[in-house]
Design a protein around this ligand. Structure first.
Ligand code: GRF
Length: 206
């Protein structure tokens, strides 16, 4: 069998970039066989961009347009163009705080992954750890899923569970979830890329 090529990753983020760091570390330690070819952010000077510059990855801020939660049509085209130029195989959302619409997703079918801080389908949307605390559940977690047009509803790749403790605050619970995010996101990328390649392999009977 021919060894699958290492996927080229474009990582998109708006925040502190701890998932990006975990993915990078997994690559450096040989846990994840992949290459980060571009880090894109809609927030100037975001933590993720600063980390990417320090680590020598190509790091770009791209103006997202005037809307707070989505990209405008023109900006969507720019994001698509820049990602295509990078020849990325997978688009990895790591705290990218905008909803990507069909115009974007059509360009990268089944190639966009996201990490969400809950056990989907529970607690979709923003600040999912706070939703979990308010709901009084005794466990929650995180989910890596394929991004589809419906928010936080695409096929699940991998999940991890964490307990909700009686004295948890939003911060302590989020920190516990993030620790698991850092653990499962690299594994999920590795698994998902293998699945994509196996699905693409022709059946043989020789
Ligand atoms: C994570 O909690 C992730 O679940 C959510 O955004 C956060 C990103 O954190 N989608 P970081 O920027 O990777 O530290």
């Amino acid at each position: 069998m021919v060894e699958a090529k290492r996927p080229r990753l474009c990582v998109l983020g708006s925040g502190k970039g701890s998932n990006y760091l975990a993915i990078n570390e997994a690559i450096e330690t040989g846990v994840l066989h992949a290459e980060i070819v571009l880090v894109l952010s809609d927030v100037q000077n975001s933590g993720i961009l600063q980390h990417a510059q320090r680590l020598g990855h190509k790091a770009l801020y791209l103006y997202p347009g005037p809307k707070r939660t989505v990209l405008d049509k023109a900006q969507e085209l720019q994001y698509v163009d820049v990602i295509k130029q990078s020849a990325a195989d997978l688009v990895i959302l790591a705290g990218f705080m905008r909803v990507l619409k069909s115009g974007f997703l059509r360009e990268f079918p089944n190639r966009v992954l996201n990490i969400h801080p809950s056990l989907l389908p529970n607690f979709r949307g923003l600040r999912a750890w706070e939703q979990a605390l308010k709901a009084g559940v005794n466990e929650t977690g995180c989910t890596v899923h394929v991004v589809t047009e419906e928010l936080d509803a695409g096929p699940i790749v991998l999940q991890a569970t964490v307990p909700v403790l009686p004295d948890d605050t939003a911060e302590s619970l989020h920190a516990r979830i993030q620790k698991q995010e850092h653990n499962i996101y690299p594994k999920a990328i590795e698994m998902y890329w293998k699945q994509l390649n196996q699905a693409a392999e022709p059946n043989r009977c020789d």
